[in-house]
Design a protein around this ligand. Structure first.
Ligand code: MLT
Length: 408
């Protein structure tokens, strides 16, 4: 008889965004005439930058001719893209990252979900609360936790992000080995200062821990004081892996391209205490389980770094940041405390209401879809997340509808 991986039984029945999509679909089926404005999942709405489209077309044309046709590419990504990433995203900011430390993939979701596979089953894992659910669920699947109790998994160390700490967690009070951080944060939109990030790097160095730094929303940083990469902090290359994505940067959620940076200096240890290169482990995994991102998509990603591409990407991000500022101000005018929305596409709104109740209220009374904070963890209760990925017209309309609904 075939047996299942029992750890899957510990998970909630469906993934957060699948659960929300189902509820919205059911509501829409019952109310077919209702026009909904979707500010739930962080999915981009604007078309691809022209430079990316042109590069993709050209690459497709190359595939139509025998002389320029390409089959399998390198699993880790083509050199042209790895080199462009290392140069523009890191070396240009003073971070000494080489092209062979960059691993191109089809998404930061997959990378942040898969990376835990490299580490032992009994490591101590620290995860922020609230958090992007992928970090938690993939550790549950891997058997690092017990069955959930009161919405939390025994075996994980939760790093609480609350109004009291400005949604930036304090260092753990118990020893941990693997630490997930995400800045600008999903879901809260909070950012981390250089000094705060340094405390985490120092902690990891002292404790031979490893930081998984999810910087998928880096392109939204406008404050010149904020770090864009963890490698801007001295010593981080020994203790941190960074994840980036073209999804939110260049509108690639449907196109799929991202990358992980695993520096050669980054080590993990055998039970006997011998240091092993995490980069080599990841390379082994990546080349075994992944066959690379398609050539036209990698050419489109490369175009993000061209002068026109970077101008167009900036325009895209400006568009979403204008929406985000509008949302934040609108909620503040309605009397809510908010974080995010300045260096982030997400606005984290605090409310007296329970978060699923507020979600239902906004859906039914305003026709606006948000994400309930509790879906991201216990500390997300009494919060909702609003995504600024939409047209400005829709954002204005949504805020007006919410203001009207709250006045009723
Ligand atoms: C979100 O809404 O949190 C993101 O779109 C999820 C993701 O990037 O996978």
């Amino acid at each position: 008889m075939i047996h299942i991986n029992e750890n899957y039984q510990k998970l909630q029945a469906s993934y957060l965004f699948a659960n929300i999509a189902k509820r919205v679909r059911e509501y829409q089926d019952e109310n077919p005439g209702r026009e909904l404005i979707r500010m739930g999942i962080g999915d981009v709405t604007q078309p691809l930058p022209e430079a990316c489209v042109t590069a993709m077309h050209k690459a497709v044309d190359e595939l139509t001719r025998a002389e320029t046709f390409r089959g399998y590419g390198p699993e880790q990504g083509y050199d042209f893209l790895r080199e462009a990433i290392a140069k523009h995203d890191f070396q240009a900011r003073g971070a000494d990252i080489a092209a062979d430390e960059v691993f191109v993939s089809d998404g930061a979701k997959c990378d942040t979900g898969n990376i835990q596979e490299l580490f032992a089953g009994d490591i101590r894992v620290a995860i922020p609360d609230p958090v992007y659910p992928v970090y938690v669920d993939t550790n549950v699947m891997a058997g690092r936790t017990g069955a959930p109790q009161d919405g939390r998994y025994p075996g994980l160390v939760y790093l609480e992000c609350t109004p009291a700490n400005g949604y930036v967690p304090a260092l753990p009070t118990q020893p941990v080995d693997l630490i997930y951080l995400c800045f600008p944060n999903n879901p809260t939109g909070a950012t981390i200062t250089r000094a705060q990030l340094k405390t985490w790097v120092d902690y990891a160095r002292t404790n031979k821990a490893l930081i998984l730094y999810d910087a998928a929303y880096e392109a939204f940083i406008r404050d010149p004081e904020l770090p864009h990469s963890i490698y801007e902090i001295e010593g981080a290359q020994d203790v941190a892996i960074e994840f980036r994505s073209f999804s939110k940067t260049a509108g690639f959620t449907g196109v799929r391209c991202a990358y992980a940076v695993v520096p050669k200096r980054c080590m993990a240890y055998t039970t006997g205490g011998a240091a092993v290169s995490v980069r080599d482990l990841w390379s082994r995994r990546h080349t075994t389980k992944f066959n690379g991102v398609s050539y036209p998509v990698q050419r489109a990603a490369e175009a993000v770094f061209s002068p026109e591409g970077s101008r167009q990407v900036r325009g895209l991000i400006d568009h979403y940041l204008t929406n985000a500022a509008y949302v934040r101000q609108a909620f503040q005018r309605m009397g809510f405390e908010c974080v995010g929305g300045d260096n982030s596409p997400y606005i984290w709104v605090r409310s007296e209401r329970d978060s699923w109740g507020f979600f239902d209220f906004l859906l039914k009374e305003a026709g606006v879809v948000c994400t309930p904070g509790a879906g991201f963890g216990r500390c997300g209760e009494n919060h909702i997340r609003i995504s600024a990925f939409n047209s400005f017209e829709n954002v204005q309309k949504a805020m007006q509808r919410i203001a009207d609904a709250l006045k009723k």
